[in-house]
Design a protein around this ligand. Structure first.
Ligand code: WT7
Length: 663
């Protein structure tokens, strides 16, 4: 099975411009003041572990490490294992102690236009109080805390306070529904949930607390919930239900708490967080990250890749803290570096489509890190909107989440970056914890659409099914060939799945299999070609086909369902569902009505991001003789292409019928 067959065709856009069409060299001006220098590659090449040890020493260690990497029992790595540190101390106290307490840590902008400027001293004070609150609630080393919050400063404080007391957070994206929330609470056996009454989205309050109440009352799983308390931030001002003894207001508890709290050191391998992400089965994987190696790599990459100068830059990463980008490049990387950053609560187009550019102008943002899907939707609205604002403060632009098509790259470069700001297209994953492949601004000559080269200290290859390198110019599977500090340490509660998913395929070579197709071009630059498994990438977020299929078949009208990712101009891929309805339902309802109901149903079950763009009602699904659904053929239909080779189908006529019905 070659990659060209399995990779989603949405990346066909990569080929629109020849690889060599355009190159962008960093300006001499930029290079002169850049954080990263070309010699980083040579240093890391000469001594990989020494290189990472140097980066780790940029952090504050309560007890310095003497070991760098222990890879004696692969795939279970240990980095800096005999060292001890406190992650929150590194993100807060040490900046205050260094005299930077008055520097703004967060420049927060609420969607309705309210604002808060929070200094490092103030954030430290808040986190110390909250750490005392947590300990008062019996939360300590190794306990799990679920955070289900909008993009408000309290979300950052909550993460840091959990880290400070040595507990483990699991942030659940506020867009997930009660069922998804409950599954994550249960899997981690969380003792505490930190939430808000609601947050602002699209001009109105979107409630959160009711979903928590529903998740905790839901007896669907039969088991009693592990949750003892729910800590609630008042943000939306909406009415909420209250369970006496269980629920606590944040503002009540925190004002009563002591502002004194000493950060205890924890071993470098102390778990820091669990973050759930979609895989090829219906059950999300709880990706586990630990402390010292993770913080080392997020801080280093944030400095080198974003060219972050903490004393002069205003940095803005637009990701939600519910995703890995929000963990690594909103919470931990920038704060470990003592940066000043913008945090924005709302949607890009509220109350007007220029809101982001207005924020860039208002705060003089100099480093912007966002996703191709956002860039494409701005591109669709046209350059007149950003042109109304002064974007001259921008000097570095980043992209993450999916391949950025050259057209969007050029638009970002010209319209947002005024052809001056270098663009860094960063490839990484929830599992890698931090950026792995990217240009270094000031060093790398870039090509629109290519993520370029592995970072210093990172070792990547593109191989065939047997693990042999395919060489420049050929497509294959992306692998990481050596351990890295911020690598996942496991899947929560499922070491077997960890080994099988990432390490089994290239066990002989000891490679990590990323699940992406890729190609080195003739110059040795990397082009990412999309997922090679049954995982979709919608707006830079991973969704599993199996998870959406099980939501669809949980609806009483559905007999069978198959889901594929179909290319979409704005979101990269969109969810397309093919559904066979039960005869009894078809007799009583219109197919269109049921299709619409099913779209909403998936949104309620999982969350709006999983809502299918298209639901096609069909009478059969294309299956092989062994009963496996041929998603490749369904993708052809959903993308309006000629249906490909059907010779392995049990019944070749099925596709003719489906294709005819869909058009
Ligand atoms: C998958 C990981 C990393 C944070 C956001 C997504 C795709 C990510 C790029 C890029 C091409 C990319 C890959 C990867 N991806 N960045 N710059 N170029 N593809 O995290 O949800 O863990 O998804 O996103 O397919 O495997 P995630």
């Amino acid at each position: 099975m070659g990659t060209s067959e399995t990779a989603p065709s949405s990346t066909g856009r990569i080929d629109r411009l020849p690889a060599s069409a355009q190159r962008f060299a960093p300006s001499a001006d930029f290079t002169a003041n850049a954080v990263a220098h070309a010699d980083l590659y040579a240093k890391a090449e000469a001594n990989r572990e020494g290189f990472w040890a140097d980066q780790a020493r940029e952090l504050h260690w309560h007890k310095p490490f003497t070991e760098v990497l222990d890879w004696s029992t692969p795939p279970f790595a240990r980095w800096f294992a005999d060292g001890e540190l406190n992650v929150a101390y590194n993100c807060l106290d040490r900046h205050v102690l260094a005299g930077n307490g008055d520097r703004a840590a967060l420049l927060w902008e609420g969607e309705p236009g309210d604002e808060r400027r929070i200094t490092y001293a103030e954030l430290t004070d808040e986190v110390k109080r909250l750490a005392n609150v947590l300990e008062g609630l019996g939360i300590g080393h190794g306990d799990r805390v679920v955070i289900y919050l909008p993009m408000i400063p309290e979300a950052i404080s909550a993460m840091l306070a959990v880290a400070r007391v040595g507990a483990i957070h699991s942030v659940v994206f506020g867009g997930f529904a009660a069922d998804s929330l409950r599954a994550r609470i249960d899997d981690a056996a969380a003792k505490l949930v930190i939430t808000a009454d609601g947050g602002y989205r699209k001009g109105k309050v979107s409630p959160l607390k009711p979903a928590v109440d529903q998740a905790l009352s839901d007896s669907g799983s039969g088991a009693q919930t592990s949750v003892e308390h729910v800590l609630v931030v008042r943000r939306g001002g909406n009415d909420v239900g209250w369970v006496e003894g269980r629920d606590l207001w944040w503002h009540d508890t925190i004002t009563q708490a002591s502002p004194e709290h000493r950060a205890q050191p924890f071993p470098a391998e102390n778990p820091l967080f669990i973050l759930y992400t979609s895989g090829t089965t219906g059950k999300p994987k709880g990706i586990l990250h630990t402390s010292g190696g993770y913080l080392t790599q997020v801080a280093f990459t944030n400095r080198a890749v974003h060219d972050l100068h903490p004393d002069t830059d205003v940095y803005w990463c637009t990701a939600d803290i519910g995703w890995i980008t929000g963990h690594s490049y909103v919470a931990y990387g920038p704060l470990a570096n003592g940066a000043t950053q913008v945090l924005y609560e709302g949607t890009p187009d509220t109350p007007h489509p220029g809101r982001w550019w207005e924020i860039v102008e208002k705060y003089r943002v100099s480093v912007l890190y966002t996703a191709p899907t956002a860039i494409r939707s701005f591109m669709k609205l046209g350059r007149a909107i950003p042109n109304r604002f002064d974007l001259s403060s921008l000097r570095v632009l980043g992209s993450v989440g999916e391949p950025i098509n050259p057209e969007a790259w050029i638009w970002y470069h010209e319209v947002i970056g005024d052809t001056k700001a270098p663009i860094v297209d960063t490839w990484w994953q929830t599992e890698t914890g931090a950026v792995m492949i990217s240009p270094l601004p000031g060093v790398t000559e870039t090509k629109p659409g290519s993520a370029q080269v592995p970072l210093p200290g990172i070792s990547i290859d593109v191989v065939d099914q047997s693990g042999a390198p395919v060489g420049n110019g050929n497509g294959g599977l992306l692998v990481i060939t050596a351990p890295w500090p911020s690598m996942l340490r496991g899947i929560w509660g499922d070491p077997q799945r960890f080994v099988e998913t990432y390490w089994e395929k290239f066990r002989a070579q000891g490679y990590y299999f990323a699940g992406d197709g890729a190609r080195f071009d003739e110059d040795g630059d990397l082009w990412l070609l999309g997922r090679v498994d049954d995982v979709m990438n919608v707006s830079g977020h991973r969704l599993s086909t199996a998870e959406i299929e099980s939501a669809l078949v949980a609806h009483e009208a559905t007999a069978e369902a198959a889901v594929v990712g179909a290319s979409d101009e704005t979101t990269g891929q969109a969810v397309a569902a093919f559904v066979i309805l039960k005869q009894s339902y078809l007799a009583e309802h219109s197919a269109e009505g049921l299709a619409q109901q099913l779209r909403l149903w998936v949104g309620e079950q999982i969350g709006p991001i999983a809502r299918p763009r298209d639901v096609y009602i069909v009478s059969e699904l294309p299956k092989t003789r062994s009963g496996k659904i041929m998603r490749r053929l369904l993708r052809d239909v959903a993308e309006g292409r000629e249906v490909g080779d059907t010779t392995t189908l049990a019944d070749a006529s099925v596709m003719t019928v489906i294709a005819a019905n869909v058009r």
